[in-house]
Design a protein around this ligand. Structure first.
Ligand SMILES: [Zn+2]
Length: 79
């Protein structure tokens, strides 16, 4: 199982692509207030910008990039 995405998140590496918009990180982004606060599940892989398969649960979310594996909010200590 590829865990490159989870490792990048755990190490808090600077994203290449914005997880909410899929645009190159550092470009001007238009974010909703909840996304800006980090409350929204990522929609795009921050390593490759691919749209991820995202499942939102009452207690968090998990997201899967077909190339970089899946990540679960429970492992990130996010609420
Ligand atoms: Zn990816």
């Amino acid at each position: 199982m590829n865990d490159a995405l989870q490792v990048a998140l755990l190490l808090e590496e600077r994203p290449v692509f914005h997880p909410n918009t899929g645009r190159p990180f550092g470009e001007a982004q238009t974010l909703s207030p909840s996304a800006r606060a980090g409350l929204e599940a990522p929609r795009y892989c921050q390593l490759c910008g691919r749209r991820m398969k995202v499942q939102v649960r009452p207690d968090g979310w998990d997201a899967t990039c077909s190339r970089h594996g899946s990540v679960d909010s429970a492992y990130l200590g996010q609420r």
